[in-house]
Design a binder for this molecule. Structure first.
Ligand SMILES: *Cc1c(COP(=O)(O)O)cnc(C)c1O
Length: 443
């Protein structure tokens, strides 16, 4: 039988891994996964790992979920794929109907792609083109928030403010305006999270005023900027953002790729502020973590801006696998679990259990900014030695694997984004293991 080490060697020879300095694998382990069940992933040697970050935030109801598996097996014998131009099929129709209903039909038109970055590209292009079709050809600029992450294709990177990802490609990018972050961690003495949010909104207003008539859209990750290190803000920011976008006639793009599908505590994060954006991007959790699927939901107004006899006024964007039936069936099975198992309410209890399991952190001097939004929990480690700080994340990852845990801190922000199916016992186990790893890495 082939050994685990042999699989690792073969992978390193021919697979170029994402978001990785490949040389680090001289010291950082690479885990060949054999199979997954529920919250656990198993390697080729049978060792297990609790998937505490839902395999990069995509998995909602566990690996090898019986309901999603059954739906996919059924779909496989009906239709694996058909092109979506000139053709349609039941899974994409039913999914679009259900999503529309979830927004009370405020966002009644869904446009499909396969990955998150493509959904962001679509929203940016649609906004730009909608204004153009309406004769407002001057509206060509975009605004994003400090620390924003919207994906790594060239258009998405232009509205991304994580220098690690953007730096090398600067000259290729049509840079967006970057406005102040509403991150609650920026609170000064005596300020509340809402104060920080309103202060940041004033900076946004300044840019919208200065660039009046030039801005097509503002793009935001509502409630939690995940990739920059789980930066959380008060929902008042979203309400103010909606007001400002209306006032200055600018589209609002909500990138809910990470925070959508119940992750933030409501199905859509925008619900927390009782607003709807002009464009809402979904991906990651929408297929339950099974298949690449992304989509952009938008309003009647935007849809009508393209509806015309002239082909060039249409939205001619496409991807080969647009609206793939298998991916849509996985999404339908995922939404059925939400409907039938009262997931949003149960998650509220689980989120409280997670808070309780980590209550000890609040008076730990090695920890700052313990924070939580729905099924996202995070804290920042205080590491003063710069050499230790720069390797914190990698050391934590390696130590976590020893404790049967899959966790990858972002910088010194340690976070959990577990699948929704974990139970009370598993929450206790997860907290214990996390604290063991933390002790070891801080020693
Ligand atoms: C992951 C992510 C993206 C990009 O999605 P990909 O599928 O990785 O291209 C965009 N925006 C946010 C907020 C994300 O978390």
């Amino acid at each position: 039988m082939e050994t685990q080490n042999n699989w690792v060697a073969r992978s390193l020879q021919h697979v170029w891994h994402p978001c990785t300095q490949m040389q680090h694998h001289e010291t950082v382990p690479l885990i060949p996964v054999s199979h997954g069940r529920g919250i656990w992933l198993y390697d080729m040697d049978g060792k297990r790992y609790l998937d505490a970050i839902s395999s990069w935030w995509v998995n909602l109801f566990g690996h090898a979920n019986p309901r999603i598996n059954a739906a996919l097996k059924d779909q496989l014998d009906k239709l694996e794929h058909a092109m979506l131009a000139g053709f349609t099929h039941a899974p994409v129709i039913e999914l679009s109907e259900k999503l529309s209903a979830l927004t009370g039909h405020a966002l009644g038109h869904s446009f499909y792609a396969s990955d998150g970055a493509s959904a962001v590209e679509i929203a940016l292009k649609m906004s730009f083109h909608a204004w153009r079709n309406g004769g407002q050809t001057e509206k060509q600029e975009f605004v994003c928030i400090q620390g924003s992450y919207h994906g790594e294709t060239v258009g998405a990177l232009a509205v991304t403010d994580v220098s690690l990802f953007r730096e090398a490609y600067g000259p290729m990018l049509q840079r967006a305006h970057v406005v102040a972050s509403p991150d609650a961690r920026l609170a000064q003495e005596g300020e509340t999270a809402a104060d920080v949010a309103l202060r940041a909104a004033a900076d946004l207003e300044r840019v919208l005023q200065e660039r009046q008539g030039k801005v097509a859209a503002v793009i935001i990750e509502p409630l939690v900027q995940c990739a920059t290190g789980m930066a959380m803000h008060d929902p008042v920011y979203l309400r103010r953002l909606r007001e400002l976008c209306d006032q200055y006639q600018v589209h609002l793009i909500a990138d809910e790729i990470a925070v959508g599908c119940g992750r933030s505590g409501t199905f859509f994060a925008c619900e927390s502020a009782q607003i709807w954006p002009d464009f809402l991007c979904l991906s990651k959790g929408i297929s339950g973590g099974y298949l690449p699927l992304s989509l952009v939901m938008t309003t009647d107004a935007v849809y009508q801006a393209f509806y015309d006899a002239d082909v060039r006024r249409g939205f001619l964007h496409s991807h080969s696998y647009t609206g793939n039936p298998l991916a849509c069936r996985a999404a339908l099975a995922t939404l059925a679990i939400f409907e039938e198992e009262n997931v949003i309410a149960t998650n509220r209890q689980k989120s409280q259990m997670i808070a309780q399991a980590f209550a000890g952190l609040h008076n730990d001097s090695r920890v700052k900014h313990v924070r939580q939004q729905g099924m996202i929990f995070a804290f920042d480690a205080v590491v003063d030695d710069p050499a230790k700080a720069s390797t914190f994340s990698r050391r934590f990852f390696s130590a976590a694997l020893q404790q049967e845990l899959l966790m990858r801190p972002i910088g010194r922000s340690v976070y959990l984004m577990p699948p929704y199916i974990l139970n009370e016992e598993e929450i206790t186990l997860l907290a214990q293991k996390t604290m063991n790893v933390f002790e070891e890495v801080m020693a």
